[in-house]
Ligand binder design. Sequence first.
Ligand SMILES: [Zn+2]
Length: 410
Amino acid sequence: MSDTKTLNVNGRSYQSMQRPLVVVCVDGCEQEYINQAIQAGVTPFLKKMVAQGTVLTGDCVVPSFTNPNNLSIVTGAPPSVHGICGNYFLDREANQEVMMNDAKYLRAGTIFEAFSNAGAKVAVITAKDKLRGLLGHKMRGGICFSAEKADQATLEQNGVANLLELVGMPLPSVYSAELSEFVFAAGVKLLETQRPDIMYLSTTDYIQHKFAPGTPGANAFYAMMDHYLTQLDALGAVIGLTADHGMNAKTDSAGTPNVIYLQDVLDAKAGNGKTRVILPITDPYVVHHGALGSYATVYLNEGADLASVSRQISAIPGVEVVLTRAEAAARFELPEDRIGDLVIVSERLTVIGTSASRHDLSELKLPLRSHGGISEQKVPLMFNRKLSAIPADHRLRNFDVFFLAMNHAQ
Ligand SMILES: [Zn+2]
């Protein structure tokens, strides 16, 4: 954008920048991944960010899942404002689990919508296609595509074509580190050739679900990322890096998953059919976590007693907190109409399932690592610039990343 503009998006103001802004959402990036990669000496650029830029910690949104947090980051607002609080909610009237991947469930405009309508050139690149429609909703022009379907991108639909040729990589598998690498490689190419004003790169947590911080598999991923960040920086971009959520082992000492099969427990204690457990982490790509995360919501049917069901759940070992709908909506800033009567968060080493028979753990070749809880709420908030005048009393969130970069980066 040639002249500086200040735009209001969901009650917060954002200043356009003279330099290109690249915001990176590293899926499942527990802070320890970055720390360990720096200690191992494989990420010189991240090390430089520590020395010359700004390193902060922010809280992500609970449920610490991918979609609620990506939407928070691009709207600068919590799910109570944008409406996306998981992959699924229960449509009570239809008595059906409804997927929230469709942009019709989005209740707020994005920073991309506002800036593209004001004339800025915006580019959005996601690893998985499930996020593309939500992130690019109502964007005017610009570029928006997923690495997953990069081969199908067209000028009309996505603002860019011949991506495999441009990026110089074959189409990656949806379960691979290359899916995220494609996002970074495409970002560098687009910055070189088209110089968008605002670019958003959102990766996938395939690696983080498999490998703990500091392991060779994890360090190789961060070294790859570092290589592309170096290039984005050299091209003059202001870089803001955050994560949608952290990631933790969800096992015992022997690597066996700690799973609370909540529907089984409630069927036994409250009675068959009295409750319905919904796992908003469930999505079409569940091979790497078996649809198990540290957050669940429970809907009560006719004849179930809220207080006694709540007590029964609280008594289960591994449960961290049980909240009523109103309590959860207030504490986690969630839309009341899209969560159940109760919200349950499990402890750091424990995940919640529905019924044992509904989870196929045979595809889990490595000890389960997952997210969803309060234990995965702390995420990195890093910049390749010094930030000035951050309000001291402000609770830093991952969804402040655009706000901080656009208003406070020097
Ligand atoms: Zn994620």
